[in-house]
Design a protein around this ligand. Structure first.
Ligand SMILES: [Zn+2]
Length: 274
């Protein structure tokens, strides 16, 4: 296969996020013959959002504008450890520990792995292997470009990036053998709606591995007023464990297995068999 053919076959796995129909590849874009939507491909990354974050009417997308600019420092000690310690407490796991905790949860899965709100592929890049093909989606083009640059530099194959929203995933149903959702579930406007769309694209019994926050005993999130302020000002949803379990059950998941460290919650769950 030539490089062009390989890109073309990678793009063939995506479906229209609006109508879930098959897409046609044209020069520099994907086209949906059913609903006539077009999706540009920029630097090899298909864009299913087609909207500038800073101009969006959606407050969730507008909040991501700052994230877009942070792509370069996201994985450095200037960002991730600070957030973990402030929000999660000083006994929070480090980024390396979190990556290993999350990777363990999907270790036995083989095949296709979805990385929801993947950033620069922080988790997905480390999970990808000859037996695990990772598909990362994020709303931030800055993060996706950084992810593509990292995978090129690190020589990691088997990771693909697309710009998409969790509420409208560009994949057909029952497609993934595992899903990662790390550091983002607390930012989605409607948790159950997001989880339902994730469940749709997962195979029955496929495993979901998540890192998010809970009202635990460490960091500033142990204070109710801080949690209320974070929700109001930053749209940060800090989950109680029973609430998380209910949201999972309501969206097609079972076998909730939580681990709490400070205010850091990691968990796995399985897609219900339909
Ligand atoms: Zn369509």
């Amino acid at each position: 296969m030539t490089a062009d053919q390989s890109v073309a076959s990678q793009l063939a796995i995506y479906v229209c996020p609006a109508c879930k129909g098959r897409l046609r590849q044209e020069e520099g874009m994907l086209l949906c013959p059913s609903c006539s939507q077009t999706y540009p491909i920029r630097e090899g990354i298909p864009d299913f959002v087609r909207e500038e974050l800073s101009h969006s009417k959606d407050p969730e997308l507008r909040r991501m504008t700052a994230i877009d600019r942070m792509a370069r420092i996201y994985e450095t000690k200037l960002w991730y450890p600070i957030v973990l310690n402030i929000y999660g407490g000083f006994r929070s796991p480090s980024l390396a520990q979190l990556i290993s905790i999350v990777s363990r949860k999907v270790q036995s899965a083989q095949g296709r792995v979805l990385d929801v709100a993947c950033g620069p592929g922080t988790y997905g890049r480390r999970v990808a292997s000859p037996s695990k093909e990772v598909f990362g989606i994020d709303v931030s083009m800055g993060m996706l470009r950084q992810g593509a640059a990292y995978t090129a530099k690190e020589g990691i194959a088997n990771v693909h990036f697309a710009r998409a929203r969790v509420e409208a995933l560009p994949f057909e149903k029952d497609f993934f053998d595992a899903t990662l959702c790390c550091g983002s579930l607390h930012l989605f406007t409607d948790t159950v709606m997001a989880l339902r769309e994730i469940a749709r694209v997962m195979k029955p019994e496929a495993i979901l591995a998540v890192f998010t926050f809970t009202a635990g005993r460490g960091g500033i999130l142990k204070y109710r007023r801080v949690r209320e302020w974070s929700r109001r000002e930053h749209g940060l949803h800090v989950f109680e464990l029973p609430e998380m379990e209910q949201s999972l059950a309501a969206s097609g998941f079972k076998d909730f297995q939580p681990e709490v460290s400070g205010s850091i919650l990691t968990f796995s769950a399985r897609r219900q068999s339909s």
